[in-house]
Structures are given as structure tokens and as C-alpha cells.
Ligand binder design. Structure first.
Ligand code: UT7
Length: 328
């Protein structure tokens, strides 16, 4: 990657709804057990938004905290990118709703649809738009209200997902910042993880409702195998592009989908457990909000210090995948 002025994260914030749904709660809803969910996924609980609370509400709360952390006023924000698969509506962009809620009247706003890799795609977009000179202060947000698209009668999926939001302010920094990144996609795998209803292919109808086409469909085992391969490849690629090796990683922050996927990636990369951040136990899979919520908590818990090499890595529906190397 050619030498450019450094762009880095200068503020972080996250927000999760208060309501906690535990594995024991799920035992009363579908034929499952805490033991199965814990051993197969590492998830113990997840947060659930109140009915009718949209993604933009969670995103705005996270955004306000990130702005306060960066000591920026809403009207200084000139770009808002929201990564989500649960937008408030098909249009306008959820980023526009967030803009109105936080009063960022000088911002250009759009959403990215790269599923669980969305926050990383958003970071890459914002970094390049700032590097290009058009923008100075960007807000990149990952947010999901996955409870609104979960089939609560399907034990294969309903135990996995949760709601939440994380936000990062991106600006020019004196040193460090984003040193490399890598994003990729394979649309031939789109049938493994998708939400078929409500778009132009299957517009909402009595049939789409009856057949639950407005809920997440997933071939878990196939997704699992691809996830391990793609996250390992993405992290290795980005680290190589930074002229580093995986041994240089201070903290790996993977998409928190499943503890077994994360452990397989960790072993392939050759990292000890203490160099991988985990919060899947508390929040489950929060798709586009997952890596940014994990980064927020890692920083809050002082797992990241100045000069550290932090690597975010994710994969998701599409398939999409991506990794960003940040010198903290
Ligand atoms: O962000 C990307 C989104 N998705 C993912 O990351 C998911 C990736 N995949 C996974 O995490 C795993 O594949 C799952 C956790 C979804 C499933 O784990 P698995 O080890 O691949 O299990 P499986 O699908 O092979 O199912 C094993 C058994 C099946 O029973 P039979 O057919 O062997 O009798 C399932 O019906 O477990 C059963 N099962 C459950 N049992 C209790 C599936 N879900 C449940 C459940 N509770 N919630």
C-alpha cells in the first residue's frame, strides 16, 4: 500500500439494549439446552432490543459516545457510514436516520451492506474517503437489531444472534492508525446465509410471511467451514500487506460468531489464547456490530495500549470477508 497520511480511530462508543436473553430463557422457547448452545457456540446470553426500537436508535446512542470520546461535536462530522443487515427500512439509509438523531447536519451519509464484515468494509471506505481529502471526521457504525429478523421457532438460528451497536470516529492521526486492510467477496456462496424476503426478488406478500422469508436462513455447517478458511486468509493477507507476521499481532479481534470458529482461526494463525479478544459469551453474534463492539470493550478493559498491533477480522453473508490492521 502506498504511503499516505495516517488515518486512525480517535473515538469509540457502544450501546446494547438492557434486555438480556439467556440460554435458559431459550430452553423455554425451543428444543435446546444451555449445554448445547455453550459447547457448540460459546454463547451464554445476548441482548434484545425492545419491540419497535430500530437500529438507528441503538446506532445513535453508540455514535454519541464515540463523538464524546473523540471530543467532536455532531456538526463537525462530515461522513457517516452505517454497516447493518437490519436497516430501519429499505430506504432511506439508516445512516440518514442516525444523522438526524444526533444532529450531524454537515455529514454525507450512506449504508454498507456487507453483513458481518460490514464494519470492516465501512472502515475501509471511510479511511479512503478521508485519505482522498474529501472528508476529515468520519463516523463508522456497526449496528444490528437481529431479533427483528430471527425466526424464534428455529433452534438452528435463534440461539445465535443478538442486538447492539458500536461506533468509531476516524480522523487523520499523527502516527499509527490503519496500516493495511484486505476485503473480498464470493457471491457464488450467497445461498448459504441470506434473508430472502422483502426485496425485489420476493416482495412482501402473504406467502413470504407464511414461509418465513423475512427471517435469516443459514446452512450452519457450510458457513462454519468457510468462515474458518476466509477469516484466516483475510487476517494473514492484511498482516502480510503491513509487512508484519502474525507473531506481531498484539490483539486479534475476530467477528464474534462462534467460539469454535474463533479458536480454529486462532490455531491456524498460531496465536496464544490471550492474544484473541472474546465477548461472544455475553452478546452472541451481532453481525455488523460484532467487531466494533469487541474493539470498544477491549479498549475499555485496557487490553489495547499505545503502539499495539490490533487486527480486526470478519466474514459474513455474501460471502464477504475482511481484515484491518491498526497500529494503536
Ligand atoms: O456471522 C456468520 C453467521 N453464522 C455463523 O457464524 C454460524 C456458523 N455455524 C455455526 O456456528 C455452527 O454450524 C452452528 C452453531 C450453527 C451449528 O453447530 P454444528 O456443530 O455445525 O451443528 P449441526 O448444525 O451439525 O447440528 C448438530 C445437531 C443437529 O441434530 P442432528 O441432526 O445431529 O440430530 C441439529 O439439529 O444439533 C442440532 N441442533 C441443536 N440442538 C440443540 C441445532 N441447533 C440446536 C440447538 N439446540 N439450538
Amino acid at each position: 500500500m502506498k504511503k499516505e497520511k495516517p488515518i486512525g480511530i480517535t473515538g469509540l462508543g457502544m450501546y446494547v439494549p438492557k434486555k438480556v436473553l439467556t440460554n435458559e430463557d431459550l430452553e423455554k422457547m425451543v428444543d435446546t439446552s444451555d449445554e448445547w448452545i455453550t459447547t457448540r457456540t460459546g454463547i451464554k446470553k445476548r441482548r434484545i432490543a425492545q419491540k419497535g426500537v430500530p437500529s438507528s436508535t441503538l446506532a445513535a446512542e453508540a455514535a454519541k459516545k464515540a463523538l464524546a470520546d473523540a471530543k467532536l461535536k455532531p456538526d463537525q462530522v462530515d461522513l457517516i457510514i452505517v454497516a447493518t443487515i437490519t436497516p430501519d427500512m429499505p430506504f432511506p439509509a439508516t445512516a440518514c436516520f442516525v444523522q438526524a438523531k444526533i444532529g450531524a447536519k454537515n455529514a454525507a451519509c450512506f449504508d454498507v451492506g456487507a453483513a458481518c464484515s460490514g464494519f470492516i468494509y465501512g472502515l475501509v471506505c471511510a479511511k479512503n474517503l478521508i485519505s482522498g481529502g474529501m472528508y476529515k471526521n468520519a463516523l463508522v457504525i456497526g449496528v444490528e437489531v437481529l431479533s427483528s429478523v430471527t425466526d424464534w421457532t428455529d433452534r438452528n438460528t435463534c440461539v445465535l444472534f443478538g442486538d447492539g451497536a458500536g461506533a468509531a470516529v476516524l480522523q487523520e492521526v499523527k502516527s499509527g492508525g490503519i496500516v493495511s486492510y484486505y476485503i473480498g467477496s464470493d457471491g457464488t456462496l450467497s445461498n448459504l446465509l441470506y434473508l430472502p424476503g422483502g426485496g425485489s426478488r420476493h416482495p412482501a406478500s402473504k406467502d413470504t410471511l407464511k414461509n418465513k422469508l423475512h427471517c435469516i436462513k443459514m446452512s450452519g455447517t457450510e458457513v462454519f467451514k468457510s468462515a474458518v478458511r476466509l477469516m484466516t486468509d483475510a487476517a494473514t493477507h492484511a498482516v502480510c500487506d503491513a509487512n508484519l507476521t502474525c507473531k506481531d499481532i498484539s490483539l486479534l479481534i475476530p467477528h464474534q460468531a462462534n467460539i469454535r470458529i474463533i479458536n480454529s482461526v486462532r490455531r491456524r494463525i498460531g496465536l496464544p489464547e490471550e492474544k484473541v479478544y472474546l465477548n461472544v459469551e455475553k452478546y452472541g453474534n451481532v453481525s455488523a456490530a460484532s467487531t466494533i463492539m469487541a474493539l470498544c470493550e477491549a479498549v475499555k478493559e485496557k487490553r489495547v495500549k499505545k503502539g499495539d498491533i490490533v487486527v480486526l477480522v470478519a466474514f459474513g453473508a455474501g460471502f464477504t470477508w475482511g481484515s484491518v490492521v491498526i497500529k494503536w
